[in-house]
Design a protein around this ligand. Structure first.
Ligand code: ADP
Length: 266
C-alpha cells in the first residue's frame, strides 16, 4: 500500500529529519558509496546527527565500508508497529539493503521490491532526530529514484562523477532526471571523484588519469554548483575495504571530504 496512506495521524514523514540528501551517479563504480560514507563521517565530525540509507540494490557497500557486515538491525515496537533500529557506527546511523540480502546470498532485487524496501527504510525506521539523512541510490535512473522523490521531501541531490567522458554522459542523465518538472529536486551540486592522482614519491606530479575537470565543466555547463574534487588515493580504496572510512583519519583526504561536508552544510 502507499506509504502516505498508512502513516499514523497523517503525520509528516520524518518530521525530525532536517535534510534528506539523495546521492546519485549516472554510472556505477564512480565512487558514489565512497563519497557517501566519507561525507557522512565528515558531517558527523562537525557535530551533526547523520544517517545513511544504502539503497544501492546492485552493490550495497555500506555494510563493508562501515565494518558491520555481520550485524542485523534490531526491531522495536511502537504503537503496534514494528520499527527498524538503524545500526550505529562511527557516529552514523545506518540501514542498508545489504542487511536484508547478505552479499554471499545473492538476492536479485526487482525494482518494485527494492522500492518497497526503500519506503520501509524511510517510514518504518527509528531515525530519531537527524540533521542529514543521506540516501545512497543505485546508479542510473530507475523506479527507486522515483519512489524516493514521491515518498519524501528530498532537500537536494548530489551527483558524483569521475571526469571521464562516459561517466559524464551518464551524470548528465541523472541531472536531467532530478530536474524534470514532476520531480523537481534541487541539485546541490556535482562532486568530481578520482579527479587526479599524485604519487607519494613524486609529489610534484599530478596525473589526470580519468581526464581533467570533466565534473567542473559539466557543472558550469548545467549551471549547478561544483562542490569540489576528490583525488584518487590508495588509502581511500583501502579504508573502504577495511571498513574504516578514510575521512576519519587526519590526512589530505580527510580535508577534501571536510571541505565537501562544509559545502553541503551551507
Ligand atoms: P559506486 O558506489 O559509484 O559504485 P564505489 O564507492 O563502490 O562506487 O567505488 C568503486 C571503487 O573505487 C571502490 O573500490 C572504492 O574503494 C574505489 N574508490 C572510490 N573513490 C576512490 C578514490 N577517490 N580513490 C581511490 N579509490 C576510490
Amino acid at each position: 500500500s502507499d506509504v502516505t496512506t498508512t502513516r499514523l495521524n497523517n503525520a509528516p514523514l520524518l518530521p525530525d529529519v532536517k535534510n534528506i540528501i539523495a546521492i546519485a551517479s549516472g554510472k556505477g563504480g564512480v565512487g558514489k558509496s565512497t563519497v557517501t560514507a566519507n561525507l557522512a563521517v565528515s558531517l558527523a565530525k562537525t557535530g551533526a546527527k547523520v544517517g545513511i540509507i544504502d539503497a544501492d540494490i546492485f552493490g550495497p557497500s555500506v555494510p563493508t565500508m562501515f565494518n558491520c557486515e555481520h550485524e542485523q538491525p534490531g526491531i522495536l515496537q511502537r504503537d503496534g508497529k514494528n520499527l527498524i533500529v538503524p545500526i550505529e557506527q562511527y557516529g552514523v546511523k545506518l540501514i542498508s539493503i545489504g542487511f536484508l540480502a547478505p552479499a554471499d546470498n545473492a538476492v536479485v532485487w526487482r525494482g518494485p521490491m527494492a522500492s518497497s524496501a526503500l519506503k520501509q527504510f524511510i517510514s518504518d525506521a527509528e531515525w530519531g532526530e537527524l540533521d542529514y539523512l543521506l540516501i545512497d541510490l543505485p546508479p542510473g535512473t530507475s523506479d527507486i529514484h522515483l519512489t524516493l522523490v514521491q515518498t519524501v521531501p528530498v532537500t537536494g541531490a548530489l551527483i558524483v562523477t569521475t571526469p571521464q567522458k562516459v561517466a559524464l554522459a551518464d551524470a548528465k542523465k541523472g541531472l536531467a532526471m532530478f530536474k524534470q518538472a514532476q520531480i523537481n529536486v534541487p541539485i546541490l551540486g556535482i562532486v568530481e571523484n578520482m579527479a587526479y592522482f599524485i604519487p607519494e614519491e613524486l609529489p610534484d606530479n599530478k596525473y589526470f588519469i580519468f581526464g581533467k575537470d570533466g565534473g567542473k565543466k559539466l557543472a558550469e555547463q548545467k549551471e549547478v554548483p561544483f562542490l569540489g574534487e576528490i583525488p584518487i588515493v590508495q588509502g581511500i580504496r583501502e579504508s573502504g575495504d577495511n571498513g574504516y572510512p578514510a575521512a576519519l583519519k587526519e590526512s589530505v583526504t580527510a580535508e577534501a571530504f571536510q571541505n565537501l561536508a562544509e559545502s553541503v552544510a551551507q
